[in-house]
Design a protein around this ligand. Structure first.
Ligand code: SF4
Ligand code: SF4
Ligand code: SF4
Length: 411
């Protein structure tokens, strides 16, 4: 898909996208235009349309002006090409000391909002027919990710509920989102399951001015350091998958002191985000570090909750990992790949990665049919309301603020 105003890009920055992005940022007090432009260009960087040094240079002064720091992550090896007044270290290091304490973080936390995933953010711009699956061991190290078998999903929402229960996320923050959809090319009932893709080249990380969003070196998890996040929401608009949820007000379930919220680096990267910070699916870093016992290393809560064998978590670079084994076994058991037929109406054993042509290198591989551009969200067999998962938090917080402001003016 190309932008109507720019034939050179596969990234769809049409007016609708721009309007939505601006709306999401408008409720913060940070620079909306900067956030929109950064989000666009970060996606151009991952799509190979803009170089990292150009991206950095283009926004360095403006980011410094707006945030006092520019801690946007860049790929190793690119930093040498960038000449700035603070030197290489100022750019490539994580902003572990950008905001030393909670109070200073709070000072710059502004308004933001949880935004439900839009169907259009997920569908219809990937030409990828089949995702790469590892049959041979490789030297790329550990890459934790998932294989999600959409053919097995029946829309029960058990994963959604379990994720919420474990992480104590607030109403409306769906770190995993199961979407029922109708598609003219597919069976009557189809499901798409969206977590964070833990992208290998994550645009959300490239835009984070304070370095809160980062990729964990040892296993590729993309995480948010809650102690550093200032809630600017630039990551939210730069993510093509709608995976980010801003924390409105204090979390419904404060769990700051529980062990699983911090990983082995002692970074606060899991559990409900504090007021004004950004949250998203984490792949349970503390579990992967063994803090919850050996049994939970190599699994996730949603994988455990799924009774239909739809979610498979593990090292995508290891041919013997659960996700890779599942793909092999499933293909053996279902040799008839219907994706080769024009009139396919049933499940396929093809694999795909969502929006793979965007260059994000998503760490989630799907088995099944990819939703087409004509897919439309429909009501599923189990409603989010039944699980008490309706989002009313944003309006509650905004209403309370408005009330306080009105009260203040009257006083
Ligand atoms: S899917 Fe996750 S890692 Fe990828 S851009 Fe979105 S938030 Fe970042
Ligand atoms: S992680 Fe926090 S500070 Fe970084 S871009 Fe997202 S909202 Fe802004
Ligand atoms: S991996 Fe963990 S955080 Fe992500 S959707 Fe599953 S349960 Fe939720």
């Amino acid at each position: 898909m190309t932008h109507p105003n720019d034939e050179s890009t596969p990234v769809p920055f049409d007016d609708e996208w721009e309007e939505r992005a601006a709306e999401q940022l408008a409720e913060t007090e940070f620079d909306t235009e900067l956030g929109v432009e950064l989000a666009k260009d970060a996606q151009r960087v991952v799509a190979g349309e803009l170089s990292e040094p150009e991206f950095h240079e283009k926004y360095h002064d403006t980011v410094r002006e707006e945030f006092d720091v520019d801690e946007r992550a860049i790929e190793t090896g690119v930093s040498e090409a960038i000449d700035t007044d603070e030197g290489e270290a100022g750019i490539v290091s994580r902003a572990s000391n950008a905001f030393d304490d909670e109070a200073s973080r709070r000072e710059v936390v502004k308004k933001g909002g949880a935004v439900a995933m839009g169907l259009s953010m997920l569908l219809g711009d990937s030409d990828a027919a089949s995702a790469a699956v590892s049959d041979e061991p490789n030297d790329d190290g550990t890459r934790l990710g998932m294989v999600i078998n959409l053919n097995n999903c029946d829309g029960c929402l058990e994963c959604v509920e379990a994720c919420k229960r474990l992480h104590g996320t607030s109403r409306g923050a769906h770190w995993i989102y199961v979407m029922a959809y109708a598609d003219p090319d597919q069976a009557d009932e189809n499901f798409f399951v969206r977590t964070c893709m833990h992208c290998g080249d994550a645009p959300c990380e490239k835009v984070c001015p304070v370095g809160a969003r980062h990729t964990r070196e040892k296993d590729g998890l993309v995480l948010t350091d809650y102690d550093i996040c200032i809630g600017c929401r630039y990551c939210m608009v730069s993510c093509p998958y709608g995976a980010n949820y801003f924390q409105w007000g204090d979390p419904d379930t404060p769990r700051e002191n529980e062990g699983f919220t911090h990983d082995e680096r002692e970074m606060w990267v899991d559990g409900p985000p504090p007021n004004g910070a950004m949250g998203k699916c984490t792949f349970e870093p503390a579990w992967q570090d063994g803090q919850a016992g050996e049994k939970l290393v190599g699994t996730t809560m949603c994988e455990m909750a799924c009774q239909r064998d739809a979610i498979h978590f593990g090292d995508l670079n290891d041919p013997e990992s659960d996700p890779n084994q599942h793909i092999r076994e499933y293909r053996e058991a279902h040799p008839n790949d219907r994706s080769k037929f024009d009139d396919r109406t049933e499940n396929t054993v093809s694999t795909f990665r969502a929006m793979e042509d965007r260059g994000t290198d998503p760490g989630v591989i799907f088995i099944g049919n990819e939703p087409s551009e004509d897919a439309r969200q429909v009501e599923g067999p189990v409603s989010y309301e039944e699980f008490g998962l309706i989002d009313d938090r944003k309006s509650e917080v905004l209403d309370a603020k408005e009330e306080a402001n009105n009260g203040g003016e009257q006083a």
